[in-house]
Design a protein around this ligand. Sequence first.
Ligand SMILES: Cc1cc2nc3c(=O)[nH]c(=O)nc-3n(C[C@H](O)[C@H](O)[C@H](O)COP(=O)(O)O)c2cc1C
Length: 332
Amino acid sequence: MTITTKFTETFGVEHPVVQGGMQWVGRAELVAAVANAGALGFITALTQPTPADLAKEIAKCRELTDKPFGVNLTILPTINPPPYDEYRQVIVDSGIKIVETAGSNPAPHLPMFHENGIKVLHKCTSVRHAVKAQNLGVDGISIDGFECAGHPGEDDIPGLVLIPAASAKIEIPMIASGGFADGRGLVAALALGADGINMGSRFMCTVESAIHQNVKEAIVAGTELDTELIFRPLRNTARVASNAVSREVVEILNRGGQFEDVKDLVAGKRGVKVYEVGDLDAGIWSVGTAMGLINDIPTCGELVARIVGEAEEIISERLSGMLEDDEEENVA
Ligand SMILES: Cc1cc2nc3c(=O)[nH]c(=O)nc-3n(C[C@H](O)[C@H](O)[C@H](O)COP(=O)(O)O)c2cc1C
């Protein structure tokens, strides 16, 4: 028995489970392990310092798996944007067939991806943006609720409302993101109208995720209360681990500080140190409220098998066991 959905059929993956793009974390080893587990992983393009490095990372991933995997292209509204066109060209030239876009409007990238037979899964945090992306012609939506790690947007609508609200308007395959970590979540997402789940925090805390063991152990020890929302007053909210740095950033901005005042605290080169040397207070690092549901560090293979197995059991036993035969009642 396997769970088959519009998402698994359209994107050609075995299980309706996705590992979304993760800055500094979404590298070849993790993505290949996710692919080998029958789920869909995304290499994070901008984690690679140059487009040439992305080409190498894709080649490395190919050596580790012969299953499909994709690349995440996070489109950031920055003053000095990375060379998106060159990253995009590498994605095309490397023969990648699935791209996860996120951050802002994927329109400038769609024609080239589609001309080259690449399916685009666009991640967004509101029903209006999901509808807009559907109208632009993307191939799938990943709707990211307030629970998520990274950028939850400014609407603060959790998945319980966001997923069914989006599902009412989205006809293309749609997966649910934010706060998912186990089989119960997968069944809930399917019940709410999604065709699968996308997870960041949960995949970050696996054997193959190439980050320091201290970070994984902190996630296991952490609870759903241990995140902060930084950049709220700047309307560029990010959910990150609660630590000395993120709490300081929140305090400075709440006092009326501007980005300039926290720029050094939130610098990427500080954040990456957390993952490399395991100093949990070295900088900002992303994790979501799903931390409260993460209690171990499995391999990706164990994790995906567990999630799918648990989901199948819930559907076929727990839920179907709740259905009573009305006719028998009438007879009695
Ligand atoms: C460490 C980390 C880094 C992330 N970086 C990115 C990123 O660069 N681009 C992106 O689209 N999403 C990024 N995300 C968001 C994830 O792809 C995913 O949408 C999110 O983690 C889902 O919420 P969850 O953590 O509750 O599963 C990141 C998440 C984490 C945990």
